[in-house]
Design a protein around this ligand. Sequence first.
Ligand SMILES: [Zn+2]
Length: 274
Amino acid sequence: MPELPEVETIKNELLPHIVGRRVTGVTLFWAGIVRQPSVEEFYSRLIGQGLTGLARRGKYLIFSLTSGEVLIIHLKMTGSLLLKPASAEADKFVRAILHLDKETELHFRDPRKFGVIWLVEDADSVVGKLGPEPLEAGFTPQLLAQRLTKRTAPIKALLCDQTFIAGIGNMYADEALFAAGIHPLREGGSLSAEEVKRLHRAIQQVLWSAIGNKGASVENYFRPDGTLGTAHFQFQVAHRLGGDLCSVCGTPVERIVVRNRGTYFCPKCQVEKT
Ligand SMILES: [Zn+2]
């Protein structure tokens, strides 16, 4: 699933091509992708609007429109947004096309059809419950410590909980916990002040590094020009299968399931505190 670094890359790379453009038409190959409003209203409210900005919140992309409304996209498991010249051939996995002026099209490609589009007046109706942004100045070790207080859920589950912290999913939670030397099953509230500091630093470090590498191309993630990111080549534990060895200590990386999510970690570098 695209996580913060992938969605941030898409935002950065789409921005110069779409701001100032006008929506001249919409093609929906699969109407189920529009969560809100009705399809008829979606067409009538979107066509003719100008795109005035593009922002990311958590794993959501938020397009500002001239009317003051916002178009929000969540790519879910396998979605990508591809910039194409007008009248480009759409492959069988393209679920929607936004036709823009200046001979540009935006293809929402989504093999597994979990992606969602909303057109709403207030972004908060979709993203209002998200936790803090991990790369913003307000996300301090103190804030992380405060939010972890008395939490009994495994730290891995908390990092993947979008209301706890926004934008982190399975891959970067595993990477951050490895970088911080913290076992994924530790109760959130059991982390020492020193461990919280290490985790805070690790979260920012793995996310910035992955943004620098334009995201991780696992499971259908593409950049808007159709090329791949390279962040997965830096992964230490995430998606390491079949006896891969920890790059630090040489112990085989292990896989366990934490709240239904496959979780990779080094049993030696990430010792569970008793
Ligand atoms: Zn190790």
